[in-house]
Design a protein around this ligand. Structure first.
Ligand SMILES: Nc1ncnc2c1ncn2[C@@H]1O[C@H](COP(=O)(O)OP(=O)(O)O)[C@@H](O)[C@H]1O
Ligand SMILES: [Mg+2]
Length: 251
């Protein structure tokens, strides 16, 4: 059901050597929402996101997906979670020696799908979702930055996940291309019922796409609320972040 808790994080602590990155994060992701994660660089957003799909395991605390604890599962047992949640990495790296279709088909082939008709049908559907129909045979090097991001997004949705995680999908894109990524994320939520968690530094995008925002600071959730609540906040920490970022992005 839309709005119920999809993923629950409780008391997540994570250190690398002496460096404490997460100090006890509590966070809920609700089904069907677009949740935006904000915070200063190096604050642990990417680390937190990797815990959502078991790419990292917490030192303490639990991650629960649809009622099932995933934070103590083995790599093998995690395949269940990986079918539900896919991640578009910060680099969004494509394999340059493979065509668009081969790139998009890659996760399915890794999962053991070998039927050619099924592969090509699902690749076409994924490309349609990101408005790149008919681009199957192109090589990534011939595409613009925005198109490459969309191919990476097609690869993230080809296995029909119910949740997509995006680590800085706007990075390196001009505002117009960034806007088209925002529309795609909204489409995935509104038309395909997909749950979305987005790390971004682009405040314009954050305000436009978010149902809810979470601001991380010092390894903890410092604030959470709606876009309207963030705009209305007088907390100097939040005001500085929002204004600083908005200046950066030349608004
Ligand atoms: N695998 C790792 N090993 C060691 N340190 C890491 C690792 N991943 C992240 N870190 C450190 O954790 C801190 C938080 O990183 P990150 O989550 O990437 O921040 P951001 O909020 O910018 O996404 C950084 O200081 C980073 O260097
Ligand atoms: Mg990061």
């Amino acid at each position: 059901m839309k709005g119920e808790i999809f993923l629950e994080m409780r008391g997540i602590k994570k250190s690398f050597g002496d460096q404490v990155v997460l100090r006890g994060v509590d966070l809920d992701v609700r089904r069907g929402e677009i949740l935006v994660l904000l915070g200063g660089s190096g604050g642990g957003k990417s680390v937190l996101m990797k815990h959502m799909v078991g790419l990292l395991q917490p030192d303490e605390g639990t991650v629960t997906l649809e009622g099932k604890v995933i934070s103590d599962l083995s790599e093998r047992e995690l395949s269940w979670a990986r079918k539900k949640i896919s991640m578009m990495f910060q680099s969004g790296a494509l394999f340059d020696s493979m065509t668009v279709a081969e790139n998009v088909a890659f996760p399915m082939q890794e999962a053991g799908v070998s039927d050619r008709d099924e592969l090509s049908r699902r690749v076409s559907e994924a490309l349609k979702i990101v408005h790149l129909e008919g681009q199957e045979d192109k090589m990534p090097a011939t595409l613009s930055g925005g198109m490459r991001k969309r191919v990476a997004l097609a690869r993230a949705v080809v296995e029909e996940p119910c949740c997509v995680l995006y680590d800085e999908p706007h990075a390196g894109l001009d505002p117009v291309t960034g806007d088209s990524i925002d529309r795609l994320i909204r489409d995935l939520a509104n038309e395909h019922g997909i749950t979305n968690v987005v790390i971004t530094h682009e405040m314009r995008s954050a305000f436009r796409i978010a149902d809810r925002l979470v601001f991380m600071k010092d390894g903890l959730v410092y604030w959470e609320g709606t876009p309207d609540e963030l705009k209305a906040s007088k907390d100097p920490v939040l005001v500085n972040f929002v204004e600083g970022r908005s200046q950066d992005s030349d608004l």
